[in-house]
Design a protein around this ligand. Structure first.
Ligand code: AP5
Length: 212
């Protein structure tokens, strides 16, 4: 089964995709995570992508489409996958349609996580990550603890979580990604889900939207 989690920065796509992987028995494919891994390893793609990511802009479509074409052909994606952060532009959505058609795999659902801007900004500004274990410690706007509560590792904020970059990411979402709502509504694939409230409750709503 192939499904997409769509929504603005901070909507909870990554949080929810990681929880749904086990339940749906398909891997999460996050273009943001793949790009951050390239940046950390200093690959050519990582060096190119970093310039765009640090400005809160989208990485050029063709780089992302090639990356996804490669990733969905890996063995663990044979039974399907859950896309998180892709597609993000109309050309990416059109390319995905072509990739799925060529592999004769249908797209089951596109779940749009609806969350107010005020909540998005609070979630992003409160996000601290552990350098050691990757734990996501969200303070909800309060000061962060001195170290990771799980392993004692150092906490840091993503470079693109700075307030001016977050404003740019939200603007880019409205201009370049929000048109996908009409695109998938036109294909009767869009399911709107309230992404606010408890994480467990949002997971439950998404499961109903995908399976129902
Ligand atoms: P990417 O990594 O995809 O980031 P994003 O979607 O902009 O933002 P987030 O990761 O913040 O959003 P999320 O919805 O996953 O929220 P999360 O679950 O983390 O992309 C980064 C950059 O890479 C882009 O700007 C672009 O440059 C590039 N890129 C990536 N894909 C691309 C593409 N396809 N094309 C071109 N460029 C691309 O949650 C956020 C926080 O909120 C967490 O701390 C979490 O714990 C918390 N939280 C989540 N749910 C709840 C809840 N229900 N209640 C309370 N807190 C919650």
């Amino acid at each position: 089964m192939v499904a997409i989690l769509l929504g603005p920065p901070g909507a909870g796509k990554g949080t929810q995709a990681r929880r749904l992987e086990e339940d749906l028995d398909i891997p999460q494919i996050s273009t943001g995570d793949i790009l951050r891994d390239h940046v950390a390893r200093g690959t050519d793609l990582g060096k190119q992508a970093k310039q765009y990511m640090d400005r809160g802009e989208l990485v050029p479509d063709q780089l992302i489409i090639d990356l996804i074409a490669d990733r969905i052909d890996q063995d663990d994606a044979a039974a399907g996958f859950l896309l998180d952060g892709f597609p993000r532009t109309i050309p990416q959505a059109v390319a995905l349609d072509g990739l799925l058609r060529a592999r004769e795999v249908p797209l089951r659902a596109v779940v749009l996580l609806d969350v107010d801007d005020e909540v998005l900004v609070r979630r992003i500004s409160g996000r601290y990550l552990c350098r050691e274990c990757g734990e996501d410690v969200n303070t909800g706007g309060e000061e962060p603890p001195e170290a990771c509560p799980k392993c004692g590792g150092e906490l840091y904020q993503r470079d693109d979580d700075r307030p001016e970059t977050v404003r740019k990411r939200l603007e880019v979402y409205r201009e370049q990604t929000a048109p996908l709502v009409d695109y998938y509504e036109g294909e009767s694939l869009l399911r709107r889900v309230d992404g606010s409230g408890e994480v467990d409750e949002v997971t439950r709503r998404i499961k109903v939207a995908i399976k129902g």
